[in-house]
Design a protein around this ligand. Sequence first.
Ligand code: ATP
Ligand code: MG
Length: 261
Amino acid sequence: MAKIFCVANQKGGVGKTTTTVNLAAGLAKVGQRVLMVDLDPQGNATMGSGVDKRKLALSVYDVLLETASIVEARVQSSKLQDAGCGYDILGANRELAGAEVEMVELERREKRLKLALAVVEKDYDFILIDCPPSLSMLTLNGLCCAHGVIVPMQCEYFALEGLADLVNTIKQVHANLNKDLAIIGLLRVMFDPRITLQQQVSEQLKARFAEKVFNTVIPRNVRLAEAPSYGLPGVVFDPSSKGAQAFVAFAQEMVERLQKM
Ligand code: ATP
Ligand code: MG
């Protein structure tokens, strides 16, 4: 049975999508079977996995509205398959923005993704969900089906403040909707060790959250930022880059953590 993880942080541009696609590729590279779910109408994780969001016949939108199953809607990217880092993709595009409104009227609206994933869980070791930068109904659908949340964060002054809101939301979902949910870990991303403030915030994080802080640190690395414009995760685009190597190390750390869970 797959372990399901949400990559979430309501703050925009903190590296959620970069984390999702590179962790997916890194896990695939070390032999894990992975499904990546794009829950963001921006469709960045879809595009960044080599799938054109404008050409999706079916997407996560159809799955949430129960007009298609994941078996019908999931796709693959030949570029990723060829590189030996292939994973399945449940894509998203702008259509998904409408789901938020359309779902208001529906029953068990926060459980839609969970029910849909139940059918394919056996096909995978990992299911990774890229959440939008909000604590919306879409993110709630992700949190309702996950065993854990991976929180990418930049070691900046306001990072800890934003974290408090996310921790509260996760506590509420845990209490009311999903007893399995926990923060698996905080991932320090876009890290630049030359910046004293980043080192200080990193130390504060470790003091406050202890073993919840992943050992792996993702450096600021331009190759990771360039990769999406080629429709590839950095892990595939430039495997020898510091950023790619860090994400493969992070994939290994995730596999090890799971063995202890
Ligand atoms: P949103 O909230 O809009 O969904 P996000 O949290 O998914 O954003 P990303 O899209 O992953 O964030 O990253 C934001 C920007 O930072 C992108 O341009 C991405 O390429 C760049 N970026 C992410 N991680 C790194 C890194 N480690 N080094 C350099 N650039 C990075
Ligand atoms: Mg994103």
